[in-house]
Design a protein around this ligand. Structure first.
Ligand code: PPE
Length: 307
């Protein structure tokens, strides 16, 4: 994203603050030790208005992430949900990306975070396709990273904390330097985990496979949505341990994520996947996903919260 949204407002600890005044102290705990948990949420404009996708689930995951690190969020779920809706409303945004972040602020330094205040920030801005419009239509080129996801007794990956993304950054930088659009990371045992900011699915025949939650990945809300939609369309979805070479043999592989939505993958490690472009099942799931958020079909799961 480009930071040219200087006219907009950011919610900080209960107040709407001008973009240019939304600053923190350089000695805040988060700056030194990465003490933050955050969410990424999308809102979509459709003929009924502007709707936030799976608001409750994202806010619950924010609270779950905070719990792991003993960060007490001084608001209720409902207060955070309302603040998120307020930020979209206040900035008169249509389709946008929303970033709530909770962090340890300015208090004292030293690893112990417990004496530092907890600050809550919610910003929103327009953000197009994560891996490009072209990638959404034709598929992206990815590479398996030499950097692995942390073992489960090192960094809890189910908590969406800022510091986890230093690991993601290693993989992303390597991917870009090698000419790929994105990285796929393996877990500490060498099984397929996820992208630097996306979950991954394989299509083998009429069945879908995605790494189980034991593979050091994030429990993606888009992952859950796509599993539900796939089941509805008559495809069985299996969560299991996935070995690297199955990526190469799959008929289709695609990423899911709030930012990435449903992004097809056309090559992995310079090997062509399936037909070498967006496959039919990825296309069908992409279409169904957009039909829901664009209110072209009924939101039967109650995934949309209108502002
Ligand atoms: N895995 C990781 C590591 C991850 O960061 C995301 C979201 C997902 C899976 C998908 O989760 P979900 O959004 O609930 O379906 N990544 C966010 C951050 C991207 C960024 O560059 O920042 C996102 O998509 O909002």
């Amino acid at each position: 994203m480009a930071w040219d949204d200087t006219a907009s407002k950011i919610w900080i600890d209960g107040n709407m603050v001008n973009w240019n005044e939304a600053n923190i102290h350089v000695l805040s705990h988060v700056v030194h030790y990465g003490t933050s948990v955050f969410e990424g949420i999308r809102a979509y404009k459709n003929e009924n208005g502007v709707a936030v996708f799976r608001l409750k689930e994202h806010v619950q995951r924010l609270f779950d992430s905070a719990k792991v690190y003993k960060i007490e969020i001084p608001y209720t779920n409902e207060e955070i949900e309302n603040a998120i809706l307020d930020v979209v409303r206040e900035n008169e945004l249509d389709g946008c990306y929303i970033r709530p972040i909770v962090f340890r602020g300015y208090g004292e330094l030293g690893v112990n975070p417990l004496n530092c205040p907890v600050n809550v920030v919610i910003a929103a801005w327009e953000w197009g396709s994560y891996l490009g419009e072209e990638g959404m239509a034709n598929g992206v080129d990815i590479g398996v990273s030499s950097w692995r996801k942390p073992a489960p007794d090192t960094f809890p990956t189910l908590a969406k904390c800022g510091a986890n993304y230093m690991n993601s950054q290693l993989a992303k930088i390597e991917a870009i330097e090698n000419g790929f659009d994105e990285a796929i990371m393996l877990d500490y045992e060498g099984h397929v985990s996820e992208g630097s900011g996306e979950n991954i699915f394989l299509v083998e025949g009429e069945k879908l496979y995605t790494p189980s939650m034991a593979s050091s990945n994030l429990k993606g809300i888009t992952r859950d949505s796509i599993m539900t939609l796939a089941n509805d369309l008559g495809y069985e979805v299996v969560e299991e341990t996935i070995s690297r070479e199955r990526l190469y043999f799959a008929d289709e592989v695609f990423f899911t994520g709030t930012a990435a939505e449903v992004t097809p993958i056309r090559s992995i490690d310079r090997k062509t996947i399936g037909i070498g472009k967006r496959g039919p099942i990825a296309e069908k799931l992409q279409k169904t996903f957009f039909d829901i958020v664009e209110a072209k079909i009924d939101d039967k799961y109650g995934w949309l919260t209108y502002i």
